[in-house]
Design a protein around this ligand. Sequence first.
Ligand code: UTP
Length: 418
Amino acid sequence: MDKTQDTIDLLKEYNQHHIINLLSKIEEKEKEELIEQISNIDFDQIMELYDNTKKEIEIKENKIESTSYLDKEKLTKEQKEEFDMLGETAIRKGEYAVVTMAGGQGTRLGHTGPKGTFKLDVYGKGKYLFEILAENLKEANQKYETIIPWYIMTSKENNEETVNFLEKNNYFGYSQKDIIIFTQSELPLVDTEGKLLINKEMKIKEASDGNGGTYSSLRASGSLADMKERGIKWIFIGGVDNVLLKMADVTLLGMAIKKGVQIASKSVVKANPHEKVGVFCKMNNHPKVIEYAELPEKMAEETDINGELKYGESHIMCNLYTIDAIEKVSKEALMYHSAFKKNSYIDENGREIIPEEPNSYKFESFIFDAFEFFDDIAILRGKREDDFAPVKNKEGVDSPKTAKELYEKYWERQKRGT
Ligand code: UTP
């Protein structure tokens, strides 16, 4: 069988003539590698995902209701003490692990390099995002006299750079045997005409398949098995870019233990009805996060009898699971969403094109799409100024400037004990 001819036939079938053209121009070794890569791509899946980018999202058929939560500020003294004691005991017993999702591309921030290697300009000297997270965990380790295993998820694209960076910085003083780095899976990127992009290595350009890939990647990488061996019962999964993230919140953990739920999450109340964040709700009786673009305007503005937004609990990538919950969702296929992003590529003349406007779709599954596999979720409302300072955009809202301000103010308050 002629592998090259088969590949050409396949590419014709899926309207990828620019890659046929490329195959005729590159050297034998590159050609073999490209053919190998193509043989591992599920073109039906990619073309279906591309077709879906043109369809409108329908949520009208579904029954959407608001969801309940506990406000950390309004817990009684006894409630708070009980939660904290339960959470602290589990951490002290070595039953708690943390996962940091660091496989994103960080396109909006525009930092060259993995997002965790971005240095936030705090206190003159600055701190890397990974450093801030390491400090947060080390503080918990000291307080609870344990070492919390820290799993860091990278992408194929940024793994090497992340590992080198952490090594060079001596893992910011974290015990190396308790840092486990694993890599998530990828999917090809497609342009607005459904054509796959080519990268500088003359391969099809792929990118991580969204933070929903965390669950299956934990399993595939052996990290889930490692957790079981260590006797882990609770797993916290957080993002890399919230400089006020509390990676070991005993109140959240204790609340989940007390309520006997499989999943729990920290929220903060929406800054305004139209803030661009996903919010918690119940859809067809299951927990769900609706993205801002998918929430009808009327619902976004709806208030309850206390005058609070009915759909006001924002999802801030601060999620907690039992190990059984991770085991379960690691075997489920989550739906994919498409994100229209700026991605550089090599054009038909071999030139690198760095677009100024979004030019291609990245297909991603979202971490919160796993919630609907459960009957219930326990939500703890935190405080924005204590819990949420994301570094997303280069400028404006959720930028290094706003995160720096929130971070410095938070630590000033801590020092003053207020
Ligand atoms: P975002 O969705 O905000 O993406 O990720 P991002 O990569 O940081 O930024 P943009 O959208 O390209 O500008 C939220 C969290 O999920 C992780 C990110 O690293 C971040 O911690 N993530 C995202 C992954 O680990 N893998 C992915 O495929 C996507």
